[in-house]
Design a protein around this ligand. Sequence first.
Ligand code: AMP
Ligand code: MG
Length: 484
Amino acid sequence: MYNIVMTLDNLELHTPYLMLDGEFYDATDPEPLKAPYLVSFNPDAAALIGLDESVRDDPRLVELLNGTFMPRGGQTFSMCYAGHQFGNFVPRLGDGRAINLGKTHGWNLQNKGSGETLYSRMGDGRAVLRSSIREYLMSEAMHHLGIPTTRALAIIGSKTKVVRDRLEPGAVVMRMATSWVRFGTFEYFYYTGEHAKLQALADYVIDESYPHLNEDDDRYYKLFCEVVERTAHLIAQWQGVGFNHGVMNTDNMSIEGVTIDYGPYAMLDDFDYGYICNHTDQAGRYAYGQQPNVSYWNLTMLARALSPIVSLERTQQKLDDYGAFLYPDAYVDVMRTKMGLLEPADEDVELVKELVGALHDCEVDHTLFFRTLSRYDGDHGKLLDIVVDRDVMDAWLERYDVRLAQESRSQSARMEAMLKCNPKYVLKNYMLQEAITLAEQGDHSMVETLLRIARHPFDELPEFERYAGDTPEEHKNRRLSCSS
Ligand code: AMP
Ligand code: MG
Protein backbone atom coordinates (compact mmCIF):
# COMPACT_ATOMS: atom_id res chain seq x y z
CA MET A 1 0.00 0.00 0.00
CA TYR A 2 2.80 2.43 0.90
CA ASN A 3 4.45 2.01 -2.49
CA ILE A 4 1.45 2.92 -4.59
CA VAL A 5 1.77 6.37 -6.08
CA MET A 6 -1.23 8.28 -4.87
CA THR A 7 -3.12 11.31 -5.95
CA LEU A 8 -5.81 13.19 -4.09
CA ASP A 9 -8.32 10.92 -5.84
CA ASN A 10 -7.26 7.86 -3.92
CA LEU A 11 -6.23 9.50 -0.66
CA GLU A 12 -8.48 7.94 1.92
CA LEU A 13 -8.92 9.08 5.50
CA HIS A 14 -10.33 7.47 8.59
CA THR A 15 -11.32 9.07 11.87
CA PRO A 16 -10.65 6.82 14.86
CA TYR A 17 -10.83 9.78 17.28
CA LEU A 18 -14.53 10.08 16.52
CA MET A 19 -15.09 6.67 18.10
CA LEU A 20 -14.46 8.34 21.45
CA ASP A 21 -17.25 10.04 23.40
CA GLY A 22 -18.65 13.23 21.86
CA GLU A 23 -17.05 15.36 24.59
CA PHE A 24 -13.60 14.69 23.12
CA TYR A 25 -14.27 16.77 20.01
CA ASP A 26 -16.70 18.94 18.15
CA ALA A 27 -17.71 18.59 14.51
CA THR A 28 -16.60 21.85 12.90
CA ASP A 29 -17.11 23.32 9.46
CA PRO A 30 -14.15 25.23 8.10
CA GLU A 31 -14.67 28.81 6.93
CA PRO A 32 -12.74 29.04 3.66
CA LEU A 33 -10.30 31.88 3.06
CA LYS A 34 -10.84 34.33 0.20
CA ALA A 35 -8.83 33.85 -3.00
CA PRO A 36 -6.59 31.11 -1.63
CA TYR A 37 -3.29 30.30 -3.32
CA LEU A 38 -0.47 27.86 -2.71
CA VAL A 39 2.53 29.30 -0.88
CA SER A 40 4.60 26.14 -0.48
CA PHE A 41 4.30 22.39 -0.76
CA ASN A 42 6.53 19.91 1.03
CA PRO A 43 7.12 16.75 -1.01
CA ASP A 44 8.81 14.97 1.93
CA ALA A 45 5.67 15.27 4.04
CA ALA A 46 3.52 14.28 1.07
CA ALA A 47 5.55 11.10 0.66
CA LEU A 48 4.79 10.17 4.28
CA ILE A 49 1.11 9.95 3.43
CA GLY A 50 1.76 8.25 0.11
CA LEU A 51 1.12 11.33 -2.01
CA ASP A 52 3.04 11.86 -5.17
CA GLU A 53 4.90 15.11 -5.78
CA SER A 54 2.57 15.88 -8.72
CA VAL A 55 -0.09 16.77 -6.13
CA ARG A 56 1.58 20.18 -6.04
CA ASP A 57 -0.03 20.95 -9.40
CA ASP A 58 -3.47 19.62 -8.51
CA PRO A 59 -5.81 22.58 -7.85
CA ARG A 60 -7.50 20.49 -5.20
CA LEU A 61 -4.41 20.75 -3.01
CA VAL A 62 -5.33 24.37 -2.26
CA GLU A 63 -8.93 23.26 -1.72
CA LEU A 64 -7.80 20.54 0.66
CA LEU A 65 -6.21 23.18 2.87
CA ASN A 66 -9.01 25.65 2.40
CA GLY A 67 -11.67 23.18 3.47
CA THR A 68 -13.46 23.03 0.12
CA PHE A 69 -12.20 19.58 -0.86
CA MET A 70 -12.42 16.59 1.43
CA PRO A 71 -10.78 13.25 0.65
CA ARG A 72 -12.94 10.16 0.92
CA GLY A 73 -13.64 9.11 4.49
CA GLY A 74 -12.62 12.44 6.04
CA GLN A 75 -14.68 14.35 8.61
CA THR A 76 -13.92 17.72 10.09
CA PHE A 77 -13.61 18.06 13.85
CA SER A 78 -11.74 20.01 16.51
CA MET A 79 -10.31 18.40 19.62
CA CYS A 80 -11.13 19.36 23.18
CA TYR A 81 -8.41 19.81 25.81
CA ALA A 82 -7.52 21.82 28.89
CA GLY A 83 -4.12 22.95 30.07
CA HIS A 84 -1.92 24.95 32.38
CA GLN A 85 -0.99 28.20 30.68
CA PHE A 86 1.94 29.91 32.41
CA GLY A 87 1.15 27.83 35.47
CA ASN A 88 -2.58 28.65 35.59
CA PHE A 89 -5.15 25.99 34.91
CA VAL A 90 -7.62 26.70 32.10
CA PRO A 91 -10.44 24.14 32.20
CA ARG A 92 -11.21 24.26 28.51
CA LEU A 93 -8.92 25.22 25.66
CA GLY A 94 -9.14 22.91 22.64
CA ASP A 95 -8.38 23.42 18.97
CA GLY A 96 -9.43 27.04 18.71
CA ARG A 97 -8.30 27.35 15.13
CA ALA A 98 -7.36 23.86 14.05
CA ILE A 99 -9.63 21.47 12.21
CA ASN A 100 -8.75 17.81 11.85
CA LEU A 101 -9.67 15.97 8.68
CA GLY A 102 -8.79 12.39 9.56
CA LYS A 103 -5.89 10.02 9.48
CA THR A 104 -3.91 8.22 6.79
CA HIS A 105 -0.66 6.19 6.85
CA GLY A 106 -0.48 6.82 10.60
CA TRP A 107 -0.60 10.63 10.24
CA ASN A 108 -3.45 12.79 11.55
CA LEU A 109 -4.02 15.68 9.15
CA GLN A 110 -4.97 19.04 10.59
CA ASN A 111 -5.58 22.44 9.04
CA LYS A 112 -4.57 25.32 11.27
CA GLY A 113 -6.26 28.65 10.66
CA SER A 114 -9.53 27.38 9.17
CA GLY A 115 -11.87 29.55 11.21
CA GLU A 116 -13.73 29.55 14.50
CA THR A 117 -14.47 26.37 16.39
CA LEU A 118 -16.33 25.58 19.59
CA TYR A 119 -13.01 26.13 21.37
CA SER A 120 -12.07 29.52 19.90
CA ARG A 121 -12.91 31.48 23.07
CA MET A 122 -12.00 35.09 22.19
CA GLY A 123 -9.96 34.16 19.13
CA ASP A 124 -10.90 34.49 15.47
CA GLY A 125 -9.90 30.96 14.48
CA ARG A 126 -7.39 32.32 12.00
CA ALA A 127 -3.66 31.97 11.47
CA VAL A 128 -1.57 34.55 9.65
CA LEU A 129 0.93 33.92 6.89
CA ARG A 130 3.81 34.84 9.20
CA SER A 131 3.10 32.20 11.84
CA SER A 132 2.13 29.57 9.26
CA ILE A 133 5.46 29.94 7.47
CA ARG A 134 7.28 29.73 10.80
CA GLU A 135 5.53 26.52 11.81
CA TYR A 136 5.89 24.95 8.38
CA LEU A 137 9.61 25.61 8.04
CA MET A 138 10.65 24.95 11.60
CA SER A 139 8.87 21.62 11.94
CA GLU A 140 10.70 20.48 8.83
CA ALA A 141 14.02 21.81 10.12
CA MET A 142 13.57 20.02 13.44
CA HIS A 143 12.84 16.74 11.70
CA HIS A 144 16.02 16.97 9.67
CA LEU A 145 17.98 17.84 12.79
CA GLY A 146 16.81 14.48 14.12
CA ILE A 147 14.37 15.94 16.66
CA PRO A 148 10.92 14.35 16.96
CA THR A 149 8.25 16.72 15.68
CA THR A 150 5.01 17.16 13.84
CA ARG A 151 5.38 17.79 10.10
CA ALA A 152 3.64 20.04 7.60
CA LEU A 153 2.35 19.30 4.10
CA ALA A 154 1.69 22.74 2.63
CA ILE A 155 0.66 26.34 3.25
CA ILE A 156 -1.91 28.48 1.52
CA GLY A 157 -2.19 32.25 1.69
CA SER A 158 -5.25 34.34 0.86
CA LYS A 159 -6.84 37.75 0.47
CA THR A 160 -8.64 37.36 3.80
CA LYS A 161 -7.35 39.99 6.19
CA VAL A 162 -6.72 39.05 9.77
CA VAL A 163 -6.40 41.57 12.59
CA ARG A 164 -3.27 41.26 14.69
CA ASP A 165 -0.97 44.16 15.68
CA ARG A 166 -1.56 45.11 12.06
CA LEU A 167 -3.73 43.63 9.31
CA GLU A 168 -2.13 40.47 8.02
CA PRO A 169 -2.99 37.96 5.32
CA GLY A 170 -4.85 34.88 6.57
CA ALA A 171 -3.24 31.53 5.85
CA VAL A 172 -3.67 27.85 6.57
CA VAL A 173 -0.90 25.38 7.25
CA MET A 174 -1.71 21.70 7.01
CA ARG A 175 0.07 19.97 9.87
CA MET A 176 0.51 16.25 10.35
CA ALA A 177 1.07 14.42 13.61
CA THR A 178 1.10 10.78 14.55
CA SER A 179 -0.88 11.97 17.60
CA TRP A 180 -2.44 15.31 18.48
CA VAL A 181 -3.16 14.32 22.07
CA ARG A 182 -1.62 16.66 24.61
CA PHE A 183 -0.97 16.49 28.35
CA GLY A 184 -3.87 18.94 28.47
CA THR A 185 -6.25 16.41 26.92
CA PHE A 186 -5.79 14.23 30.01
CA GLU A 187 -6.09 17.25 32.28
CA TYR A 188 -9.50 18.05 30.80
CA PHE A 189 -11.00 14.74 31.87
CA TYR A 190 -9.21 14.72 35.21
CA TYR A 191 -10.54 18.10 36.22
CA THR A 192 -14.09 17.39 35.02
CA GLY A 193 -13.95 14.23 37.13
CA GLU A 194 -14.84 12.00 34.19
CA HIS A 195 -12.53 9.16 34.97
CA ALA A 196 -14.08 6.61 32.62
CA LYS A 197 -13.36 9.01 29.76
CA LEU A 198 -9.86 9.58 31.09
CA GLN A 199 -9.28 5.84 30.92
CA ALA A 200 -10.78 5.67 27.42
CA LEU A 201 -8.34 8.40 26.39
CA ALA A 202 -5.42 6.46 27.85
CA ASP A 203 -6.54 3.38 25.92
CA TYR A 204 -6.84 5.44 22.75
CA VAL A 205 -3.34 6.86 23.19
CA ILE A 206 -1.88 3.44 23.86
CA ASP A 207 -3.56 2.09 20.77
CA GLU A 208 -2.44 4.98 18.60
CA SER A 209 1.03 5.71 19.93
CA TYR A 210 2.18 2.90 22.25
CA PRO A 211 0.54 -0.21 20.76
CA HIS A 212 3.14 -2.54 22.31
CA LEU A 213 1.45 -1.77 25.66
CA ASN A 214 -1.99 -2.79 24.49
CA GLU A 215 -2.13 -6.15 26.25
CA ASP A 216 -0.07 -5.08 29.26
CA ASP A 217 -1.85 -5.30 32.63
CA ASP A 218 0.22 -2.38 33.89
CA ARG A 219 -0.23 -0.30 30.75
CA TYR A 220 -1.21 3.05 32.27
CA TYR A 221 1.83 3.18 34.48
CA LYS A 222 4.04 2.12 31.60
CA LEU A 223 2.41 4.71 29.37
CA PHE A 224 3.40 7.39 31.87
CA CYS A 225 6.95 6.01 32.05
CA GLU A 226 7.35 6.12 28.29
CA VAL A 227 6.03 9.66 28.07
CA VAL A 228 8.52 10.67 30.76
CA GLU A 229 11.41 9.01 28.94
CA ARG A 230 10.50 10.43 25.57
CA THR A 231 10.10 13.89 27.06
CA ALA A 232 13.55 13.62 28.65
CA HIS A 233 15.08 12.84 25.28
CA LEU A 234 13.12 15.54 23.52
CA ILE A 235 14.10 18.30 25.93
CA ALA A 236 17.72 17.12 25.93
CA GLN A 237 17.71 17.47 22.15
CA TRP A 238 16.15 20.93 22.33
CA GLN A 239 18.85 22.02 24.76
CA GLY A 240 21.57 20.51 22.63
CA VAL A 241 20.52 22.21 19.42
CA GLY A 242 19.63 25.51 21.15
CA PHE A 243 15.88 25.46 20.58
CA ASN A 244 13.70 27.64 22.79
CA HIS A 245 10.04 26.62 22.40
CA GLY A 246 8.65 29.67 24.11
CA VAL A 247 5.21 28.42 25.20
CA MET A 248 5.62 25.18 27.10
CA ASN A 249 2.09 25.16 28.45
CA THR A 250 0.77 21.68 29.20
CA ASP A 251 -1.56 21.94 26.20
CA ASN A 252 1.54 22.31 24.02
CA MET A 253 3.15 19.13 25.37
CA SER A 254 2.69 16.09 23.16
CA ILE A 255 1.74 12.75 24.69
CA GLU A 256 4.20 11.25 22.20
CA GLY A 257 7.05 13.44 23.40
CA VAL A 258 7.45 15.25 20.11
CA THR A 259 7.72 18.98 19.41
CA ILE A 260 4.30 20.50 18.74
CA ASP A 261 2.71 23.94 18.36
CA TYR A 262 5.42 26.19 17.04
CA GLY A 263 4.76 29.76 18.19
CA PRO A 264 7.28 32.41 19.22
CA TYR A 265 10.13 29.85 19.28
CA ALA A 266 13.76 30.67 18.50
CA MET A 267 17.04 28.97 17.84
CA LEU A 268 19.70 30.54 20.04
CA ASP A 269 21.86 33.18 18.46
CA ASP A 270 24.58 34.09 20.96
CA PHE A 271 24.45 31.49 23.70
CA ASP A 272 22.40 32.86 26.58
CA TYR A 273 21.17 30.41 29.18
CA GLY A 274 18.47 32.82 30.29
CA TYR A 275 17.27 33.72 26.81
CA ILE A 276 13.48 34.23 26.55
CA CYS A 277 12.13 34.09 23.00
CA ASN A 278 8.54 34.85 23.99
CA HIS A 279 7.98 38.55 24.40
CA THR A 280 4.92 38.04 26.68
CA ASP A 281 6.88 35.77 29.04
CA GLN A 282 8.13 38.58 31.28
CA ALA A 283 9.21 36.29 34.11
CA GLY A 284 11.07 33.91 31.85
CA ARG A 285 9.07 30.84 32.86
CA TYR A 286 9.84 29.37 29.43
CA ALA A 287 13.38 30.70 29.03
CA TYR A 288 15.85 28.41 27.24
CA GLY A 289 17.59 27.35 30.45
CA GLN A 290 14.25 26.70 32.19
CA GLN A 291 13.02 24.12 29.71
CA PRO A 292 14.25 21.07 31.65
CA ASN A 293 12.59 22.33 34.87
CA VAL A 294 9.37 23.23 33.11
CA SER A 295 9.18 19.87 31.40
CA TYR A 296 9.44 18.27 34.84
CA TRP A 297 6.65 20.49 36.14
CA ASN A 298 4.51 19.66 33.12
CA LEU A 299 5.08 15.95 33.70
CA THR A 300 3.93 16.38 37.30
CA MET A 301 0.70 17.85 35.93
CA LEU A 302 0.32 14.82 33.70
CA ALA A 303 0.95 12.53 36.67
CA ARG A 304 -1.80 14.31 38.58
CA ALA A 305 -4.18 13.99 35.63
CA LEU A 306 -3.46 10.27 35.41
CA SER A 307 -3.86 9.73 39.17
CA PRO A 308 -7.32 8.11 38.89
CA ILE A 309 -5.74 5.30 36.86
CA VAL A 310 -2.12 5.22 38.13
CA SER A 311 -1.17 5.85 41.75
CA LEU A 312 0.65 9.09 42.44
CA GLU A 313 3.18 7.16 44.50
CA ARG A 314 4.32 5.28 41.41
CA THR A 315 4.32 8.23 39.05
CA GLN A 316 6.20 10.30 41.64
CA GLN A 317 8.96 7.71 41.67
CA LYS A 318 9.29 8.07 37.91
CA LEU A 319 9.29 11.85 38.22
CA ASP A 320 12.07 11.59 40.79
CA ASP A 321 14.01 9.51 38.26
CA TYR A 322 13.41 12.20 35.66
CA GLY A 323 15.12 14.80 37.80
CA ALA A 324 17.79 12.49 39.19
CA PHE A 325 19.05 10.82 36.03
CA LEU A 326 16.61 10.39 33.13
CA TYR A 327 16.86 13.97 31.97
CA PRO A 328 20.45 14.68 33.13
CA ASP A 329 21.75 11.52 31.47
CA ALA A 330 19.86 12.23 28.24
CA TYR A 331 21.28 15.75 28.22
CA VAL A 332 24.86 14.72 28.92
CA ASP A 333 24.56 12.08 26.19
CA VAL A 334 23.44 14.72 23.70
CA MET A 335 26.26 17.04 24.72
CA ARG A 336 28.85 14.27 24.71
CA THR A 337 27.91 13.52 21.12
CA LYS A 338 28.09 17.21 20.25
CA MET A 339 31.58 17.34 21.77
CA GLY A 340 32.61 14.32 19.76
CA LEU A 341 33.20 12.07 22.76
CA LEU A 342 32.49 8.41 22.18
CA GLU A 343 33.42 6.76 25.45
CA PRO A 344 31.53 8.09 28.50
CA ALA A 345 33.60 9.29 31.44
CA ASP A 346 32.47 10.45 34.88
CA GLU A 347 33.98 13.87 34.40
CA ASP A 348 31.70 14.59 31.40
CA VAL A 349 28.99 16.10 33.58
CA GLU A 350 31.48 18.65 34.85
CA LEU A 351 32.90 19.24 31.37
CA VAL A 352 29.42 20.01 30.04
CA LYS A 353 28.64 22.34 32.96
CA GLU A 354 31.83 24.24 32.36
CA LEU A 355 31.16 24.42 28.65
CA VAL A 356 27.70 25.87 29.23
CA GLY A 357 29.20 28.44 31.60
CA ALA A 358 31.93 29.27 29.11
CA LEU A 359 29.51 29.62 26.21
CA HIS A 360 27.36 31.92 28.30
CA ASP A 361 30.32 34.10 29.24
CA CYS A 362 31.69 34.06 25.71
CA GLU A 363 28.52 35.33 24.00
CA VAL A 364 29.31 33.06 21.12
CA ASP A 365 26.83 31.93 18.49
CA HIS A 366 25.61 28.51 19.63
CA THR A 367 25.47 26.88 16.21
CA LEU A 368 28.70 28.42 14.94
CA PHE A 369 30.55 27.34 18.08
CA PHE A 370 29.70 23.66 17.76
CA ARG A 371 30.26 23.64 14.01
CA THR A 372 33.69 25.20 14.54
CA LEU A 373 34.41 22.73 17.35
CA SER A 374 33.58 19.94 14.90
CA ARG A 375 36.79 20.79 13.02
CA TYR A 376 38.90 21.29 16.14
CA ASP A 377 42.40 19.97 15.63
CA GLY A 378 44.06 21.15 18.82
CA ASP A 379 44.62 24.70 17.62
CA HIS A 380 42.65 26.96 19.99
CA GLY A 381 42.90 29.93 17.64
CA LYS A 382 39.86 29.38 15.45
CA LEU A 383 37.58 29.00 18.46
CA LEU A 384 39.12 31.89 20.36
CA ASP A 385 38.52 34.11 17.34
CA ILE A 386 34.73 33.68 17.56
CA VAL A 387 34.31 34.29 21.29
CA VAL A 388 34.22 37.45 23.36
CA ASP A 389 36.14 36.13 26.35
CA ARG A 390 39.22 34.36 25.02
CA ASP A 391 40.61 33.42 28.42
CA VAL A 392 37.43 31.62 29.47
CA MET A 393 37.30 29.61 26.26
CA ASP A 394 41.02 28.91 26.35
CA ALA A 395 40.65 27.42 29.83
CA TRP A 396 37.78 25.21 28.71
CA LEU A 397 39.69 24.02 25.66
CA GLU A 398 42.58 23.01 27.92
CA ARG A 399 40.19 20.69 29.75
CA TYR A 400 38.71 19.47 26.50
CA ASP A 401 42.21 18.62 25.22
CA VAL A 402 42.80 16.43 28.26
CA ARG A 403 39.45 14.73 27.79
CA LEU A 404 39.98 14.17 24.07
CA ALA A 405 43.28 12.47 24.79
CA GLN A 406 41.36 9.70 26.61
CA GLU A 407 39.39 8.83 23.49
CA SER A 408 40.46 5.95 21.28
CA ARG A 409 38.70 7.25 18.16
CA SER A 410 40.85 9.02 15.59
CA GLN A 411 40.62 12.77 15.14
CA SER A 412 39.26 12.44 11.61
CA ALA A 413 36.57 9.98 12.69
CA ARG A 414 35.61 12.35 15.51
CA MET A 415 35.37 15.29 13.14
CA GLU A 416 33.26 13.31 10.71
CA ALA A 417 30.83 12.30 13.46
CA MET A 418 30.63 15.83 14.85
CA LEU A 419 29.89 17.34 11.45
CA LYS A 420 26.90 15.00 11.26
CA CYS A 421 25.43 16.10 14.56
CA ASN A 422 26.39 19.77 14.84
CA PRO A 423 24.39 21.58 12.16
CA LYS A 424 25.92 24.13 9.87
CA TYR A 425 22.47 25.66 9.31
CA VAL A 426 19.59 26.28 11.64
CA LEU A 427 16.62 28.50 10.90
CA LYS A 428 17.15 31.61 12.91
CA ASN A 429 14.38 34.11 13.36
CA TYR A 430 15.99 36.76 11.21
CA MET A 431 16.14 34.30 8.31
CA LEU A 432 12.50 33.35 8.78
CA GLN A 433 11.59 37.02 8.93
CA GLU A 434 13.29 37.68 5.58
CA ALA A 435 11.22 34.89 4.02
CA ILE A 436 8.02 36.20 5.64
CA THR A 437 8.56 39.79 4.48
CA LEU A 438 9.03 38.61 0.91
CA ALA A 439 6.11 36.19 1.09
CA GLU A 440 3.81 38.97 2.27
CA GLN A 441 4.78 40.79 -0.94
CA GLY A 442 3.91 37.73 -3.01
CA ASP A 443 7.44 36.38 -3.43
CA HIS A 444 7.65 32.84 -2.04
CA SER A 445 11.13 32.06 -3.26
CA MET A 446 12.78 32.42 0.10
CA VAL A 447 10.32 30.05 1.74
CA GLU A 448 11.56 27.48 -0.77
CA THR A 449 15.17 28.43 -0.05
CA LEU A 450 14.68 27.97 3.68
CA LEU A 451 12.84 24.69 3.11
CA ARG A 452 15.90 23.51 1.22
CA ILE A 453 18.24 24.66 3.99
CA ALA A 454 15.94 23.03 6.56
CA ARG A 455 16.33 19.74 4.74
CA HIS A 456 20.15 19.91 4.72
CA PRO A 457 21.28 21.20 8.11
CA PHE A 458 24.55 19.27 8.13
CA ASP A 459 25.60 19.85 4.53
CA GLU A 460 27.96 22.45 3.16
CA LEU A 461 25.76 24.63 0.95
CA PRO A 462 28.18 27.21 -0.45
CA GLU A 463 25.41 29.34 -1.97
CA PHE A 464 23.91 29.83 1.49
CA GLU A 465 27.16 30.44 3.37
CA ARG A 466 25.87 33.78 4.64
CA TYR A 467 23.34 31.95 6.82
CA ALA A 468 25.99 29.80 8.49
CA GLY A 469 27.69 32.57 10.43
CA ASP A 470 26.88 34.86 13.27
CA THR A 471 23.42 36.41 13.36
CA PRO A 472 23.58 40.07 12.27
CA GLU A 473 24.04 42.18 15.41
CA GLU A 474 20.70 44.02 15.13
CA HIS A 475 18.79 40.70 15.01
CA LYS A 476 20.49 38.89 17.87
CA ASN A 477 18.57 37.41 20.82
CA ARG A 478 15.36 39.26 20.08
CA ARG A 479 11.95 38.36 21.50
CA LEU A 480 8.86 37.48 19.50
CA SER A 481 5.25 38.27 19.98
CA CYS A 482 2.83 35.44 20.67
CA SER A 483 0.03 36.90 18.52
CA SER A 484 -0.09 34.60 15.57
P1 AMP B 1 -1.11 28.21 21.63
O1 AMP B 1 -0.44 28.50 22.93
O2 AMP B 1 -0.75 29.11 20.50
O3 AMP B 1 -0.87 26.79 21.24
O4 AMP B 1 -2.69 28.43 21.81
C1 AMP B 1 -3.35 28.34 23.04
C2 AMP B 1 -4.84 28.18 22.83
O5 AMP B 1 -5.39 29.32 22.18
C3 AMP B 1 -5.23 26.98 21.98
O6 AMP B 1 -6.41 26.46 22.51
C4 AMP B 1 -5.46 27.60 20.63
O7 AMP B 1 -6.31 26.84 19.82
C5 AMP B 1 -6.06 28.94 20.98
N1 AMP B 1 -5.84 29.97 19.95
C6 AMP B 1 -4.68 30.58 19.63
N2 AMP B 1 -4.86 31.48 18.65
C7 AMP B 1 -6.18 31.44 18.33
C8 AMP B 1 -7.01 32.15 17.40
N3 AMP B 1 -6.51 33.07 16.58
N4 AMP B 1 -8.32 31.83 17.37
C9 AMP B 1 -8.84 30.91 18.19
N5 AMP B 1 -8.12 30.24 19.09
C10 AMP B 1 -6.81 30.48 19.17
MG1 MG C 1 -1.26 25.13 21.39
